[in-house]
Design a protein around this ligand. Sequence first.
Ligand SMILES: [Mn+2]
Length: 647
Amino acid sequence: MEKEYVYEYLKGCLFSSLDNNTAASLILKRIVSQLDFDPFFSDIFSKNHPVYGHADSFLSCFIDNYINPSLKFLNDPFLITDMDKAVARITKAILEDEAVCIYGDYDVDGITATSFLVSFLRELKKLMKPDEYDRSIFFKLPDRIKDGYGLSTEPIDEICDSIKKNTDKSLSLLITVDLGITDTVEVSYANSKNIDVIICDHHEVPVSEGKEILPEGVAVLNPKRKGDKFPFKFLPGVGIAFNLGIALRKHLVKEGLLTSYPNLKDYLDIVCLGIIADIVPMYGDNRTLTYYGLKILNGSDRPGIKELKRICGIYFDNINESDVAWKITPKINAAGRVGNPEVAVELLTQRDPEVAYGLAQELESFNKKRHLLEDNCFNETLTMLSGKETEEKTGQLLVLEGTSWHPGVIGIVSSKLAEYLQRPVLLLTGYKDSVYIGSARSCGNIDIYALLKNYERFFLKFGGHKMACGLTLEKGESLHGFIAAVKKDRPSNSSDTEIILDDTNDKKSCVPYGIPSKADYDEEITLRLLSDDKLSYIIKSMSPYGPLNEQPRFLIRNITLLDINRREFKNRKSKKNNFSNCYFTLNIEESYNDNAIKHRAMMFNRHKSTENILGFNDCNKISANKVAVDGIIFEFFNGYIKILNFI
Ligand SMILES: [Mn+2]
Protein backbone atom coordinates (compact mmCIF):
# COMPACT_ATOMS: atom_id res chain seq x y z
CA MET A 1 0.00 0.00 0.00
CA GLU A 2 2.71 2.48 1.01
CA LYS A 3 4.89 1.34 -1.86
CA GLU A 4 2.04 1.82 -4.29
CA TYR A 5 1.37 5.26 -2.86
CA VAL A 6 5.00 6.27 -3.33
CA TYR A 7 5.02 4.93 -6.87
CA GLU A 8 1.84 6.75 -7.84
CA TYR A 9 3.04 9.96 -6.18
CA LEU A 10 6.39 9.89 -8.00
CA LYS A 11 4.71 9.02 -11.27
CA GLY A 12 2.28 11.90 -10.88
CA CYS A 13 5.10 14.39 -10.18
CA LEU A 14 7.36 13.19 -12.99
CA PHE A 15 4.82 12.89 -15.77
CA SER A 16 3.35 16.30 -15.01
CA SER A 17 6.67 18.14 -14.63
CA LEU A 18 8.45 16.63 -17.64
CA ASP A 19 7.00 17.05 -21.09
CA ASN A 20 8.68 13.90 -22.34
CA ASN A 21 7.24 10.50 -21.41
CA THR A 22 10.41 8.55 -22.21
CA ALA A 23 12.36 10.77 -19.82
CA ALA A 24 9.67 10.51 -17.14
CA SER A 25 9.55 6.73 -17.27
CA LEU A 26 13.36 6.34 -17.31
CA ILE A 27 13.76 8.68 -14.35
CA LEU A 28 10.86 7.08 -12.48
CA LYS A 29 12.54 3.71 -12.79
CA ARG A 30 15.84 5.04 -11.43
CA ILE A 31 14.27 6.89 -8.51
CA VAL A 32 12.12 3.90 -7.53
CA SER A 33 15.18 1.62 -7.45
CA GLN A 34 17.16 4.19 -5.41
CA LEU A 35 14.42 4.59 -2.82
CA ASP A 36 13.90 0.83 -2.71
CA PHE A 37 17.57 0.41 -1.89
CA ASP A 38 17.83 3.25 0.63
CA PRO A 39 17.58 2.25 4.31
CA PHE A 40 16.60 5.78 5.41
CA PHE A 41 13.58 5.59 3.18
CA SER A 42 12.44 2.09 4.17
CA ASP A 43 10.22 3.07 7.11
CA ILE A 44 9.43 6.62 6.07
CA PHE A 45 5.75 6.22 6.97
CA SER A 46 6.36 5.01 10.51
CA LYS A 47 5.72 7.37 13.42
CA ASN A 48 9.30 7.39 14.66
CA HIS A 49 10.79 8.42 11.34
CA PRO A 50 12.38 11.90 11.22
CA VAL A 51 10.29 12.93 8.22
CA TYR A 52 7.04 11.45 9.57
CA GLY A 53 4.13 13.44 8.18
CA HIS A 54 6.36 15.06 5.53
CA ALA A 55 6.86 12.10 3.22
CA ASP A 56 5.38 13.94 0.23
CA SER A 57 7.74 16.89 0.51
CA PHE A 58 10.66 14.53 1.08
CA LEU A 59 9.76 12.75 -2.16
CA SER A 60 9.34 15.93 -4.12
CA CYS A 61 12.76 17.18 -2.93
CA PHE A 62 14.23 13.88 -4.03
CA ILE A 63 12.78 14.39 -7.51
CA ASP A 64 13.83 18.06 -7.64
CA ASN A 65 17.38 17.14 -6.72
CA TYR A 66 17.42 14.45 -9.39
CA ILE A 67 16.25 16.80 -12.14
CA ASN A 68 18.22 19.85 -10.97
CA PRO A 69 20.92 18.73 -8.52
CA SER A 70 21.65 21.43 -5.97
CA LEU A 71 24.16 21.72 -3.14
CA LYS A 72 21.38 23.11 -0.95
CA PHE A 73 19.92 19.58 -0.81
CA LEU A 74 23.08 18.14 0.80
CA ASN A 75 22.47 16.64 4.22
CA ASP A 76 23.66 18.46 7.36
CA PRO A 77 27.15 17.13 8.23
CA PHE A 78 26.47 17.67 11.95
CA LEU A 79 24.01 14.77 11.75
CA ILE A 80 27.03 12.45 11.56
CA THR A 81 27.71 11.11 15.07
CA ASP A 82 30.77 12.74 16.73
CA MET A 83 31.03 15.52 14.11
CA ASP A 84 30.95 18.17 16.86
CA LYS A 85 33.84 16.45 18.66
CA ALA A 86 35.90 16.14 15.46
CA VAL A 87 35.40 19.80 14.61
CA ALA A 88 36.29 20.98 18.13
CA ARG A 89 39.48 18.90 18.19
CA ILE A 90 40.67 20.12 14.77
CA THR A 91 39.91 23.73 15.71
CA LYS A 92 42.11 23.36 18.79
CA ALA A 93 44.88 21.84 16.64
CA ILE A 94 44.76 24.76 14.19
CA LEU A 95 44.75 27.41 16.91
CA GLU A 96 47.62 25.81 18.80
CA ASP A 97 49.73 25.06 15.70
CA GLU A 98 49.76 21.36 16.43
CA ALA A 99 51.30 18.94 13.96
CA VAL A 100 48.41 17.18 12.22
CA CYS A 101 48.70 14.18 9.95
CA ILE A 102 46.11 12.86 7.51
CA TYR A 103 46.47 9.11 7.04
CA GLY A 104 44.61 7.76 4.02
CA ASP A 105 44.12 4.60 2.04
CA TYR A 106 46.21 4.03 -1.11
CA ASP A 107 43.24 3.77 -3.49
CA VAL A 108 41.68 6.71 -5.36
CA ASP A 109 39.10 7.28 -2.62
CA GLY A 110 41.82 7.46 0.03
CA ILE A 111 44.16 9.53 -2.15
CA THR A 112 41.49 12.11 -2.98
CA ALA A 113 40.20 12.19 0.63
CA THR A 114 43.74 12.87 1.86
CA SER A 115 44.39 15.45 -0.86
CA PHE A 116 41.17 17.31 -0.12
CA LEU A 117 41.71 17.43 3.63
CA VAL A 118 45.37 18.40 3.37
CA SER A 119 44.62 21.23 0.92
CA PHE A 120 41.63 22.48 2.84
CA LEU A 121 43.32 22.44 6.24
CA ARG A 122 46.31 24.25 4.71
CA GLU A 123 43.95 26.86 3.27
CA LEU A 124 42.30 27.33 6.68
CA LYS A 125 45.72 27.58 8.26
CA LYS A 126 46.74 30.20 5.73
CA LEU A 127 43.67 32.28 6.60
CA MET A 128 43.93 31.84 10.36
CA LYS A 129 47.66 31.43 11.05
CA PRO A 130 49.63 32.73 8.05
CA ASP A 131 52.99 32.17 9.77
CA GLU A 132 52.41 28.49 10.42
CA TYR A 133 51.17 27.94 6.89
CA ASP A 134 52.57 24.68 5.48
CA ARG A 135 54.41 23.82 8.69
CA SER A 136 51.78 21.75 10.38
CA ILE A 137 49.63 19.73 7.99
CA PHE A 138 51.21 16.42 6.91
CA PHE A 139 50.03 13.24 5.30
CA LYS A 140 50.96 9.58 5.19
CA LEU A 141 49.72 6.77 2.98
CA PRO A 142 50.65 3.16 3.61
CA ASP A 143 52.56 1.11 1.06
CA ARG A 144 50.31 -1.63 -0.33
CA ILE A 145 52.94 -4.34 -0.20
CA LYS A 146 55.14 -3.27 2.73
CA ASP A 147 52.44 -2.00 5.11
CA GLY A 148 49.23 -3.48 3.69
CA TYR A 149 45.75 -2.03 4.01
CA GLY A 150 44.68 0.05 7.00
CA LEU A 151 46.40 1.81 9.85
CA SER A 152 49.68 0.19 10.92
CA THR A 153 52.20 1.02 13.58
CA GLU A 154 55.26 1.26 11.34
CA PRO A 155 54.02 4.08 9.10
CA ILE A 156 52.80 5.90 12.23
CA ASP A 157 56.33 5.72 13.64
CA GLU A 158 57.79 6.84 10.32
CA ILE A 159 55.63 9.95 10.09
CA CYS A 160 56.26 10.81 13.77
CA ASP A 161 60.00 10.66 13.16
CA SER A 162 59.88 12.68 9.98
CA ILE A 163 57.72 15.42 11.54
CA LYS A 164 60.03 15.60 14.55
CA LYS A 165 63.07 15.84 12.28
CA ASN A 166 61.64 18.51 9.98
CA THR A 167 59.71 20.76 12.34
CA ASP A 168 60.70 19.87 15.86
CA LYS A 169 57.02 19.37 16.64
CA SER A 170 55.49 16.14 17.91
CA LEU A 171 52.57 14.68 16.05
CA SER A 172 49.51 15.14 18.26
CA LEU A 173 46.54 14.65 15.93
CA LEU A 174 46.05 11.89 13.36
CA ILE A 175 43.02 11.95 11.07
CA THR A 176 42.35 8.73 9.16
CA VAL A 177 40.40 8.85 5.91
CA ASP A 178 38.84 5.90 4.09
CA LEU A 179 40.20 3.48 6.70
CA GLY A 180 40.58 3.02 10.43
CA ILE A 181 37.20 1.70 11.55
CA THR A 182 38.62 -1.78 12.21
CA ASP A 183 42.03 -0.67 13.54
CA THR A 184 41.36 -0.75 17.28
CA VAL A 185 44.85 -1.91 18.22
CA GLU A 186 46.68 0.65 16.07
CA VAL A 187 44.52 3.53 17.33
CA SER A 188 45.37 2.51 20.91
CA TYR A 189 49.02 2.42 19.89
CA ALA A 190 48.76 6.00 18.61
CA ASN A 191 47.00 7.05 21.82
CA SER A 192 49.86 5.54 23.82
CA LYS A 193 52.20 7.90 21.96
CA ASN A 194 50.01 10.89 22.94
CA ILE A 195 48.44 11.13 19.53
CA ASP A 196 44.70 11.82 19.36
CA VAL A 197 42.94 10.07 16.49
CA ILE A 198 39.90 11.12 14.46
CA ILE A 199 38.51 8.37 12.25
CA CYS A 200 36.69 9.13 8.98
CA ASP A 201 35.65 5.86 7.43
CA HIS A 202 32.77 4.48 5.43
CA HIS A 203 33.46 0.75 5.70
CA GLU A 204 31.26 -1.58 7.72
CA VAL A 205 31.66 -1.27 11.50
CA PRO A 206 32.84 -4.56 13.05
CA VAL A 207 30.30 -6.14 15.37
CA SER A 208 30.86 -8.79 18.02
CA GLU A 209 27.98 -10.39 19.90
CA GLY A 210 25.63 -7.68 18.73
CA LYS A 211 27.88 -4.87 19.94
CA GLU A 212 29.90 -2.51 17.76
CA ILE A 213 33.63 -2.54 18.31
CA LEU A 214 34.95 0.99 17.81
CA PRO A 215 38.54 2.19 17.96
CA GLU A 216 39.23 4.67 20.76
CA GLY A 217 39.28 7.80 18.69
CA VAL A 218 38.44 11.34 19.82
CA ALA A 219 35.74 11.11 17.17
CA VAL A 220 34.66 8.22 14.95
CA LEU A 221 32.88 9.55 11.87
CA ASN A 222 31.07 6.81 10.01
CA PRO A 223 27.44 7.12 8.90
CA LYS A 224 27.23 3.32 9.08
CA ARG A 225 27.52 3.42 12.90
CA LYS A 226 24.49 2.20 14.78
CA GLY A 227 22.15 5.07 15.61
CA ASP A 228 23.92 7.52 13.29
CA LYS A 229 21.39 10.11 12.13
CA PHE A 230 23.00 11.12 8.82
CA PRO A 231 20.35 10.05 6.30
CA PHE A 232 22.63 9.12 3.40
CA LYS A 233 24.62 5.96 4.16
CA PHE A 234 26.71 5.57 1.02
CA LEU A 235 29.26 8.36 1.06
CA PRO A 236 32.75 7.13 0.15
CA GLY A 237 35.72 8.11 2.34
CA VAL A 238 36.24 11.33 0.40
CA GLY A 239 32.55 12.21 0.93
CA ILE A 240 32.96 11.93 4.69
CA ALA A 241 36.13 14.03 4.55
CA PHE A 242 34.21 16.65 2.55
CA ASN A 243 31.42 16.67 5.13
CA LEU A 244 34.05 17.21 7.81
CA GLY A 245 35.24 20.18 5.74
CA ILE A 246 31.74 21.71 5.56
CA ALA A 247 31.22 21.22 9.29
CA LEU A 248 34.60 22.70 10.15
CA ARG A 249 34.04 25.80 8.03
CA LYS A 250 30.60 26.31 9.57
CA HIS A 251 32.00 25.99 13.08
CA LEU A 252 34.93 28.37 12.49
CA VAL A 253 32.66 31.03 10.99
CA LYS A 254 30.16 30.65 13.81
CA GLU A 255 32.91 31.04 16.41
CA GLY A 256 34.20 34.16 14.68
CA LEU A 257 37.53 32.49 13.94
CA LEU A 258 37.23 32.95 10.18
CA THR A 259 36.44 36.26 8.60
CA SER A 260 36.30 35.19 5.00
CA TYR A 261 34.51 32.12 3.74
CA PRO A 262 36.83 29.64 1.99
CA ASN A 263 35.19 28.20 -1.10
CA LEU A 264 34.57 24.49 -0.61
CA LYS A 265 32.83 24.03 -3.94
CA ASP A 266 36.17 24.51 -5.71
CA TYR A 267 37.44 21.31 -4.08
CA LEU A 268 34.77 19.20 -5.72
CA ASP A 269 37.07 18.50 -8.69
CA ILE A 270 39.17 16.36 -6.33
CA VAL A 271 36.16 14.98 -4.45
CA CYS A 272 34.31 13.71 -7.51
CA LEU A 273 37.31 11.63 -8.63
CA GLY A 274 37.08 9.61 -5.41
CA ILE A 275 33.31 9.22 -5.58
CA ILE A 276 33.43 7.94 -9.16
CA ALA A 277 36.39 5.63 -8.51
CA ASP A 278 34.90 4.06 -5.39
CA ILE A 279 31.84 2.80 -7.33
CA VAL A 280 29.38 3.91 -4.66
CA PRO A 281 25.65 4.41 -5.34
CA MET A 282 25.27 7.41 -7.64
CA TYR A 283 22.26 9.14 -6.13
CA GLY A 284 21.55 11.55 -3.28
CA ASP A 285 24.59 13.39 -1.93
CA ASN A 286 27.03 11.37 -4.08
CA ARG A 287 25.33 12.40 -7.31
CA THR A 288 24.97 16.04 -6.25
CA LEU A 289 28.68 16.29 -5.36
CA THR A 290 29.69 14.53 -8.60
CA TYR A 291 27.40 16.71 -10.72
CA TYR A 292 29.15 19.88 -9.47
CA GLY A 293 32.52 18.17 -9.27
CA LEU A 294 32.53 17.48 -13.00
CA LYS A 295 31.70 21.12 -13.73
CA ILE A 296 34.60 22.29 -11.54
CA LEU A 297 36.89 19.63 -13.03
CA ASN A 298 36.26 21.04 -16.49
CA GLY A 299 37.53 24.49 -15.60
CA SER A 300 39.87 23.61 -12.75
CA ASP A 301 42.91 25.86 -12.18
CA ARG A 302 44.52 23.35 -9.84
CA PRO A 303 47.99 22.60 -11.28
CA GLY A 304 47.73 18.90 -10.40
CA ILE A 305 44.38 18.53 -12.14
CA LYS A 306 45.66 20.38 -15.22
CA GLU A 307 48.67 18.06 -15.45
CA LEU A 308 46.51 14.99 -14.87
CA LYS A 309 44.27 16.01 -17.74
CA ARG A 310 47.30 16.55 -19.92
CA ILE A 311 48.79 13.10 -19.32
CA CYS A 312 45.35 11.63 -19.98
CA GLY A 313 45.17 13.42 -23.32
CA ILE A 314 42.07 15.36 -22.24
CA TYR A 315 42.00 18.67 -24.06
CA PHE A 316 38.22 19.08 -24.14
CA ASP A 317 36.10 20.74 -21.49
CA ASN A 318 33.09 18.46 -21.28
CA ILE A 319 34.63 15.74 -19.15
CA ASN A 320 32.04 13.25 -18.00
CA GLU A 321 32.02 10.49 -15.42
CA SER A 322 33.17 7.86 -17.88
CA ASP A 323 36.25 9.96 -18.83
CA VAL A 324 37.02 10.12 -15.12
CA ALA A 325 36.47 6.41 -14.61
CA TRP A 326 38.39 5.21 -17.69
CA LYS A 327 41.06 7.84 -18.19
CA ILE A 328 41.82 9.79 -15.03
CA THR A 329 41.32 7.51 -12.04
CA PRO A 330 43.33 4.52 -13.39
CA LYS A 331 46.42 6.76 -13.44
CA ILE A 332 45.87 7.84 -9.83
CA ASN A 333 45.17 4.26 -8.85
CA ALA A 334 48.38 3.03 -10.47
CA ALA A 335 50.37 4.97 -7.87
CA GLY A 336 48.85 2.94 -5.05
CA ARG A 337 49.02 -0.32 -6.98
CA VAL A 338 52.59 -0.46 -8.22
CA GLY A 339 54.23 2.82 -7.20
CA ASN A 340 53.93 5.29 -4.35
CA PRO A 341 50.45 6.70 -3.57
CA GLU A 342 52.00 9.74 -1.88
CA VAL A 343 53.12 10.96 -5.31
CA ALA A 344 49.45 11.22 -6.30
CA VAL A 345 48.66 13.24 -3.16
CA GLU A 346 51.67 15.50 -3.85
CA LEU A 347 50.29 16.05 -7.34
CA LEU A 348 46.73 16.85 -6.28
CA THR A 349 47.84 19.21 -3.51
CA GLN A 350 50.59 20.88 -5.55
CA ARG A 351 50.47 24.63 -6.12
CA ASP A 352 53.58 24.94 -8.27
CA PRO A 353 52.82 24.11 -11.93
CA GLU A 354 56.40 23.05 -12.64
CA VAL A 355 56.56 20.63 -9.74
CA ALA A 356 53.15 19.33 -10.77
CA TYR A 357 54.50 18.61 -14.25
CA GLY A 358 57.25 16.38 -12.83
CA LEU A 359 54.88 14.58 -10.47
CA ALA A 360 52.50 13.86 -13.34
CA GLN A 361 55.37 12.32 -15.29
CA GLU A 362 56.08 10.10 -12.32
CA LEU A 363 52.43 9.08 -12.14
CA GLU A 364 52.51 8.27 -15.83
CA SER A 365 55.51 6.00 -15.32
CA PHE A 366 53.65 4.12 -12.55
CA ASN A 367 50.80 3.70 -14.97
CA LYS A 368 53.05 2.29 -17.67
CA LYS A 369 54.48 -0.16 -15.18
CA ARG A 370 50.96 -1.12 -14.12
CA HIS A 371 49.98 -1.81 -17.77
CA LEU A 372 53.01 -3.99 -18.26
CA LEU A 373 52.47 -6.02 -15.09
CA GLU A 374 48.79 -6.31 -15.87
CA ASP A 375 49.40 -7.52 -19.43
CA ASN A 376 51.96 -10.08 -18.26
CA CYS A 377 49.65 -11.47 -15.61
CA PHE A 378 46.69 -11.46 -17.97
CA ASN A 379 48.51 -13.23 -20.79
CA GLU A 380 49.78 -15.83 -18.36
CA THR A 381 46.28 -16.60 -17.15
CA LEU A 382 45.10 -16.92 -20.76
CA THR A 383 47.92 -19.38 -21.47
CA MET A 384 46.96 -21.37 -18.38
CA LEU A 385 43.38 -21.47 -19.60
CA SER A 386 44.08 -22.40 -23.20
CA GLY A 387 43.25 -26.01 -23.79
CA LYS A 388 40.88 -26.09 -20.86
CA GLU A 389 37.19 -26.43 -21.59
CA THR A 390 35.76 -23.43 -19.87
CA GLU A 391 33.05 -22.05 -22.06
CA GLU A 392 30.24 -24.36 -20.98
CA LYS A 393 30.85 -23.76 -17.32
CA THR A 394 29.60 -20.24 -16.93
CA GLY A 395 28.84 -19.54 -13.31
CA GLN A 396 31.54 -21.71 -11.75
CA LEU A 397 34.33 -20.20 -9.72
CA LEU A 398 37.69 -20.38 -11.40
CA VAL A 399 40.81 -20.34 -9.20
CA LEU A 400 44.21 -19.69 -10.73
CA GLU A 401 47.49 -19.30 -8.87
CA GLY A 402 50.77 -17.78 -9.90
CA THR A 403 53.93 -16.96 -8.05
CA SER A 404 55.13 -13.81 -9.77
CA TRP A 405 51.98 -11.81 -10.39
CA HIS A 406 52.11 -8.38 -8.80
CA PRO A 407 49.49 -8.10 -6.03
CA GLY A 408 48.62 -4.64 -7.30
CA VAL A 409 47.22 -5.94 -10.58
CA ILE A 410 45.52 -9.27 -9.77
CA GLY A 411 42.27 -7.46 -8.94
CA ILE A 412 42.17 -5.77 -12.36
CA VAL A 413 43.04 -9.01 -14.13
CA SER A 414 40.49 -11.13 -12.27
CA SER A 415 37.83 -8.58 -13.10
CA LYS A 416 38.77 -8.68 -16.81
CA LEU A 417 38.76 -12.47 -16.79
CA ALA A 418 35.43 -12.63 -14.96
CA GLU A 419 33.85 -10.45 -17.59
CA TYR A 420 35.45 -12.22 -20.51
CA LEU A 421 34.62 -15.72 -19.29
CA GLN A 422 31.35 -14.68 -17.66
CA ARG A 423 32.16 -16.47 -14.45
CA PRO A 424 33.60 -15.56 -11.04
CA VAL A 425 37.39 -15.66 -10.83
CA LEU A 426 39.88 -15.82 -7.95
CA LEU A 427 43.56 -15.11 -8.63
CA LEU A 428 46.16 -16.01 -6.03
CA THR A 429 49.73 -14.81 -6.06
CA GLY A 430 52.66 -15.84 -3.91
CA TYR A 431 54.32 -12.49 -3.81
CA LYS A 432 55.56 -12.31 -0.26
CA ASP A 433 57.71 -15.08 1.15
CA SER A 434 55.15 -16.82 3.29
CA VAL A 435 51.83 -15.36 2.25
CA TYR A 436 49.58 -15.70 -0.78
CA ILE A 437 47.42 -12.73 -1.69
CA GLY A 438 44.13 -13.33 -3.49
CA SER A 439 41.69 -11.14 -5.33
CA ALA A 440 38.29 -12.35 -6.50
CA ARG A 441 35.71 -10.79 -8.81
CA SER A 442 32.22 -11.94 -9.55
CA CYS A 443 29.97 -11.55 -12.54
CA GLY A 444 26.20 -11.27 -12.86
CA ASN A 445 24.37 -11.74 -9.58
CA ILE A 446 26.67 -14.31 -8.06
CA ASP A 447 27.61 -13.43 -4.49
CA ILE A 448 31.31 -14.18 -4.38
CA TYR A 449 31.62 -13.05 -0.77
CA ALA A 450 29.09 -15.67 0.37
CA LEU A 451 30.80 -18.26 -1.79
CA LEU A 452 34.30 -17.71 -0.39
CA LYS A 453 32.98 -17.32 3.14
CA ASN A 454 32.62 -21.16 3.10
CA TYR A 455 36.40 -21.39 3.00
CA GLU A 456 37.16 -18.65 5.51
CA ARG A 457 38.87 -21.15 7.85
CA PHE A 458 41.80 -21.26 5.43
CA PHE A 459 42.30 -17.50 5.21
CA LEU A 460 44.45 -15.18 7.29
CA LYS A 461 42.49 -12.13 6.18
CA PHE A 462 39.25 -12.05 4.26
CA GLY A 463 36.97 -9.19 3.33
CA GLY A 464 34.87 -7.73 0.58
CA HIS A 465 31.36 -7.72 -0.79
CA LYS A 466 29.07 -9.39 -3.31
CA MET A 467 31.12 -8.40 -6.35
CA ALA A 468 34.72 -8.36 -5.11
CA CYS A 469 36.79 -9.92 -2.34
CA GLY A 470 40.35 -9.79 -1.13
CA LEU A 471 42.09 -12.37 0.99
CA THR A 472 45.44 -13.62 2.18
CA LEU A 473 46.42 -17.13 3.13
CA GLU A 474 49.52 -18.86 4.39
CA LYS A 475 51.66 -20.76 1.94
CA GLY A 476 51.86 -24.50 2.47
CA GLU A 477 49.13 -26.18 4.45
CA SER A 478 46.46 -23.47 4.19
CA LEU A 479 46.96 -23.03 0.48
CA HIS A 480 46.92 -26.77 -0.15
CA GLY A 481 43.97 -27.23 2.16
CA PHE A 482 42.03 -24.51 0.38
CA ILE A 483 42.75 -25.89 -3.09
CA ALA A 484 41.85 -29.40 -1.89
CA ALA A 485 38.57 -28.17 -0.42
CA VAL A 486 37.77 -26.38 -3.66
CA LYS A 487 38.50 -29.57 -5.59
CA LYS A 488 36.32 -31.61 -3.28
CA ASP A 489 33.40 -29.28 -3.87
CA ARG A 490 33.72 -29.29 -7.63
CA PRO A 491 31.62 -31.60 -9.79
CA SER A 492 33.53 -34.66 -11.03
CA ASN A 493 33.52 -33.63 -14.68
CA SER A 494 35.07 -30.20 -14.32
CA SER A 495 38.71 -29.30 -14.51
CA ASP A 496 41.06 -28.87 -11.62
CA THR A 497 40.11 -25.85 -9.62
CA GLU A 498 36.45 -25.20 -10.06
CA ILE A 499 33.64 -25.11 -7.58
CA ILE A 500 30.05 -25.53 -8.62
CA LEU A 501 27.88 -22.77 -7.30
CA ASP A 502 24.84 -22.95 -5.15
CA ASP A 503 21.64 -23.29 -7.18
CA THR A 504 20.15 -20.28 -5.49
CA ASN A 505 22.59 -18.08 -7.37
CA ASP A 506 21.26 -16.52 -10.49
CA LYS A 507 23.17 -18.28 -13.22
CA LYS A 508 21.08 -16.90 -16.00
CA SER A 509 22.48 -13.45 -15.52
CA CYS A 510 25.88 -14.85 -16.30
CA VAL A 511 24.96 -16.12 -19.74
CA PRO A 512 26.17 -13.47 -22.15
CA TYR A 513 23.86 -13.91 -25.07
CA GLY A 514 20.31 -15.08 -24.96
CA ILE A 515 16.78 -13.82 -24.92
CA PRO A 516 16.88 -10.58 -23.02
CA SER A 517 14.68 -10.23 -19.99
CA LYS A 518 12.98 -6.89 -19.52
CA ALA A 519 15.64 -6.12 -16.93
CA ASP A 520 18.36 -6.03 -19.60
CA TYR A 521 17.01 -2.87 -21.17
CA ASP A 522 14.84 0.07 -20.28
CA GLU A 523 12.94 0.85 -23.46
CA GLU A 524 12.41 -0.74 -26.82
CA ILE A 525 12.79 1.88 -29.52
CA THR A 526 13.10 2.08 -33.28
CA LEU A 527 16.25 3.06 -35.13
CA ARG A 528 14.52 6.20 -36.39
CA LEU A 529 14.30 7.60 -32.87
CA LEU A 530 18.10 7.82 -32.75
CA SER A 531 18.05 10.88 -34.97
CA ASP A 532 15.84 12.62 -32.42
CA ASP A 533 17.72 15.26 -30.40
CA LYS A 534 15.40 14.77 -27.45
CA LEU A 535 16.87 11.35 -26.74
CA SER A 536 20.42 12.64 -26.36
CA TYR A 537 19.13 15.52 -24.22
CA ILE A 538 17.45 13.04 -21.86
CA ILE A 539 20.59 10.94 -21.65
CA LYS A 540 22.65 13.99 -20.70
CA SER A 541 20.14 15.25 -18.15
CA MET A 542 20.09 11.98 -16.19
CA SER A 543 23.86 11.97 -15.71
CA PRO A 544 26.16 11.59 -13.84
CA TYR A 545 25.65 7.86 -14.03
CA GLY A 546 26.86 5.13 -11.74
CA PRO A 547 25.54 2.29 -9.59
CA LEU A 548 21.75 2.67 -9.05
CA ASN A 549 21.67 5.40 -11.64
CA GLU A 550 22.61 3.33 -14.63
CA GLN A 551 22.70 4.68 -18.14
CA PRO A 552 19.50 3.88 -20.00
CA ARG A 553 19.74 0.80 -22.19
CA PHE A 554 17.66 0.41 -25.30
CA LEU A 555 16.57 -2.51 -27.46
CA ILE A 556 16.17 -2.26 -31.23
CA ARG A 557 14.95 -5.35 -33.07
CA ASN A 558 15.85 -6.64 -36.52
CA ILE A 559 19.22 -5.12 -37.14
CA THR A 560 21.90 -5.79 -39.74
CA LEU A 561 25.52 -5.25 -38.74
CA LEU A 562 27.86 -4.23 -41.54
CA ASP A 563 31.25 -2.68 -42.30
CA ILE A 564 32.66 -4.40 -39.25
CA ASN A 565 36.22 -3.40 -38.41
CA ARG A 566 38.52 -4.64 -35.74
CA ARG A 567 40.56 -1.87 -34.18
CA GLU A 568 43.36 -1.79 -31.69
CA PHE A 569 43.61 0.53 -28.73
CA LYS A 570 46.46 2.95 -29.04
CA ASN A 571 49.04 2.58 -26.27
CA ARG A 572 47.75 -0.87 -25.47
CA LYS A 573 49.94 -2.99 -27.68
CA SER A 574 51.14 -6.03 -25.89
CA LYS A 575 53.08 -8.71 -27.70
CA LYS A 576 50.25 -11.16 -27.60
CA ASN A 577 47.11 -10.48 -29.49
CA ASN A 578 44.30 -10.81 -27.04
CA PHE A 579 40.74 -9.57 -26.91
CA SER A 580 41.44 -6.83 -24.42
CA ASN A 581 43.45 -4.65 -26.77
CA CYS A 582 40.84 -4.52 -29.49
CA TYR A 583 37.34 -3.22 -30.10
CA PHE A 584 35.04 -3.11 -33.11
CA THR A 585 33.53 -0.32 -35.12
CA LEU A 586 30.60 -1.03 -37.39
CA ASN A 587 27.48 0.33 -39.01
CA ILE A 588 23.98 -0.80 -38.21
CA GLU A 589 20.78 -0.58 -40.24
CA GLU A 590 17.24 -1.89 -40.10
CA SER A 591 17.04 -5.35 -41.64
CA TYR A 592 13.66 -5.02 -43.33
CA ASN A 593 14.00 -1.63 -44.90
CA ASP A 594 15.30 -1.07 -48.40
CA ASN A 595 16.05 2.59 -47.76
CA ALA A 596 17.66 1.99 -44.40
CA ILE A 597 19.86 4.73 -42.97
CA LYS A 598 23.17 3.56 -41.54
CA HIS A 599 24.17 4.47 -38.01
CA ARG A 600 27.68 4.30 -36.58
CA ALA A 601 28.17 1.92 -33.69
CA MET A 602 30.97 0.38 -31.68
CA MET A 603 31.44 -2.57 -29.41
CA PHE A 604 34.09 -3.42 -26.84
CA ASN A 605 35.41 -6.92 -27.09
CA ARG A 606 34.80 -8.09 -23.55
CA HIS A 607 32.85 -11.29 -24.02
CA LYS A 608 34.29 -14.33 -25.72
CA SER A 609 31.19 -14.68 -27.90
CA THR A 610 31.55 -11.18 -29.38
CA GLU A 611 34.32 -12.44 -31.63
CA ASN A 612 32.21 -15.36 -32.83
CA ILE A 613 29.12 -13.34 -33.59
CA LEU A 614 31.09 -10.72 -35.47
CA GLY A 615 32.86 -13.47 -37.40
CA PHE A 616 36.30 -12.89 -35.92
CA ASN A 617 38.24 -15.77 -34.57
CA ASP A 618 40.96 -15.10 -32.04
CA CYS A 619 40.57 -11.44 -32.93
CA ASN A 620 42.43 -11.83 -36.18
CA LYS A 621 40.47 -13.19 -39.08
CA ILE A 622 38.43 -10.97 -41.29
CA SER A 623 34.77 -10.78 -40.53
CA ALA A 624 31.82 -11.60 -42.73
CA ASN A 625 30.66 -8.33 -44.14
CA LYS A 626 27.03 -8.49 -43.09
CA VAL A 627 25.52 -10.14 -40.07
CA ALA A 628 21.79 -10.04 -39.35
CA VAL A 629 20.78 -10.25 -35.71
CA ASP A 630 17.36 -10.35 -34.07
CA GLY A 631 18.21 -7.27 -32.09
CA ILE A 632 20.80 -5.25 -30.22
CA ILE A 633 20.87 -3.87 -26.71
CA PHE A 634 22.91 -0.72 -26.47
CA GLU A 635 23.68 2.43 -24.55
CA PHE A 636 25.24 5.70 -25.63
CA PHE A 637 28.96 6.22 -25.24
CA ASN A 638 30.47 9.56 -26.18
CA GLY A 639 27.82 10.02 -28.84
CA TYR A 640 28.30 6.51 -30.22
CA ILE A 641 25.87 3.63 -30.06
CA LYS A 642 27.72 1.21 -27.83
CA ILE A 643 26.40 -2.30 -28.40
CA LEU A 644 26.28 -4.33 -25.19
CA ASN A 645 24.52 -7.44 -26.30
CA PHE A 646 22.85 -9.21 -29.20
CA ILE A 647 19.62 -11.13 -29.12
MN1 LIG B 1 36.74 3.84 0.03
